[in-house]
Every structure is written in C-alpha cells, then in structure tokens.
Design a protein around this ligand. Sequence first.
Ligand code: PBG
Length: 341
Amino acid sequence: MTRKHEPQTLTSAQFPRVRMRRLRRTPALRRMVRETTLAPDDFIYPLFVTHGRGVKREIPSMPGQYQWSLDMLAAEIEEVAALGIPAVILFGIPASKDPIGTENFAPDGIVQQAIRLIKDVAPELVVVTDVCMCEYTDHGHCGIVHQHGDTFEIANDETLNILQRVVVSHAEAGADIVAPSGMMDGMVGAIREALDSHGFHNVAVLSYAVKYASAFYGPFRDAAESPPQFGDRKTHQMDPANVREALREAALDVAEGADMLMVKPALPYLDVIRAVREAFDLPLAAYNVSGEYSMVKAAAANGWIDERSVVLELLTGIKRAGADLILTYFAKDAARWLQEA
Ligand code: PBG
C-alpha cells in the first residue's frame, strides 16, 4: 500500500506545476478550502454563581470573569443567549462548607436556584451543571475524606452516594445535562442510575472522562474558592503523561452510559483529544481551562500578543484536534468576533 503523501506519488506533479499558494491567494479562496470552522454553537460558557445581592465580583486571576449573585445573573444570561451560545455550565460558591458539602444537594442551593432562574430567563439555553464536591467541602476535596493519622483517603464509593443526591437535585431544578468532574470510579454509572430511578431519563451525562491533575486549574480554584486545604488531587485525576489510560477512562464512561465525553485541559492535551475522537463516536467536548485563559489574558494585557487572533487560533486548534464542543471563558468574546468576521 502506498501512502497518499509518499514522495514518489508526487514526482510527476511537483513544482512548478504544483503551487500550494494558488488556493491561498484571496480571502474567498481560503474560505472555500478551510477544513475547520468555529461557530457560537461550539461553545459552552462557564459561570460562577454566588449568594448575596448586587454581586458582580471580578476574579483577580481571571480578568473579565466574575462571580455573579442571582439578581445580577439574568442580564448576563440574556447576553449569552443573544450571542447564540447554546449552553452554560454552572459552578456554585456555597454560603457555607462542611465535610460532605451539604449545600451541593440542597433544593435551594445556589446552583439549584441558578438553574431555575436561567430556565425562567432563557428556557432554550442548555443548562449544564458541574458535579463535584470540592467547592462545597471545607477540606476542598472532591469526595468524602477519611483521615488515617498523617495520611488521608478519598472514599470512592461513599462519594458516589453524594454525587447521586447532587444530580437528582440538579435535575429537579431543571438541569439539562450533568457533568461529573470528580474522577471517582463508577461515577457515571451511579449518576445514570440515580437519574433514571427518579424519572430523569432525559437528563444527559457529559462526563469529564479524561481529566488530568493539571496545574492549569489554578485560577479556577480562586474563582470557585475550591483549593484542597491539604494534599492534592493526584489519587483521582490523571497523570499528565498518560494517553492509553485516557482511552480506558473514556471506554469505562461510555460503558456506564455517558452521553458525551470531555478531555480537560485542552491545549496541552490536543493529542489526547485526537485519540479520544478516533476511538469513540460520542460527542466530544474539550475544556479550555482557567490557566489557559489567564495566560492569554496576561500576555494580551502586556501587549505581547493580539488577543483576538490568538484566541480564535487556539479555539480552532482545539476543534481541529477533534473536539465538537469547547468549554471556554472566551465564549462570549469569540461569539462576538465570529459575528463581526
Ligand atoms: C471541579 C472542577 C475544576 C475545574 C472544573 N471543575 C477544578 C479542579 O478539578 O480542581 C477546573 C476548571 C478550570 O480550571 O477552568 N469542580
């Protein structure tokens, strides 16, 4: 078998007969041969919701991103919907934290209230909820913690029970998609079972199937006030060095009933996005995470890069790698820039 690009297949058709620049000559020609396009439909916009009134608090390490109180959220939601962005993903900052994160599954928790409000303001907007414990627990871990002297363990199976309560409360409030992000084993199956047994057959699961233990989440942990108070997340999040393991994670989540998969972060893991894309037919999302956002913001603020060009290039790169959807803090800006283009 000869490969398409083997030199001998090109010998009769070389320069000067072949000139790659012919199809790059004008903007219209370039549009015609463009292989990857971006549209607002590709984006999911992350929002941080908090208690109080009149709060629109900028996150210091994420310029242009805010914590919103519910009375301030409606206008933001209308803006997102008007830009043609189909979905938001919600992160909650609870009023108080405890070892099991009680507000996470409270019927009047901050996320549950936000879901209801969004469904009131923009019923057609898809509401995705992040499902994890770290924002809600006083220790900042993604599960139930057992202390053993100097060491501790995140108790996988006990955590699943909590996650089941969380997704049912999100579904009761009107969530369209739940997105478990805690990398507990069996989380997708447990969540699917809880949703189905409560009559929520139509609530979809977007699994953070392939989530790495990444330093790029730093600014998010400021935004969501969720850093671990001790230890790290390496016993459940993946080692950045691994890709075969990513395919096993994804395969398990598919078997457990995930409707969509996610790879997170995006930019240092484009090869992983490609590998998951090639191995599975489910819709694939990639999370362009907080650190990836803040790096661009910092460089742009210094005048070192052109923000608009850089953002559109990197989002295109994530799509070209194989993502169908991108969770990105740039969603609103990118949607605007695409409208102008
Ligand atoms: C967990 C969660 C995290 C992010 C999304 N969901 C943080 C973590 O795992 O520590 C990170 C998102 C980002 O960095 O933009 N609830």
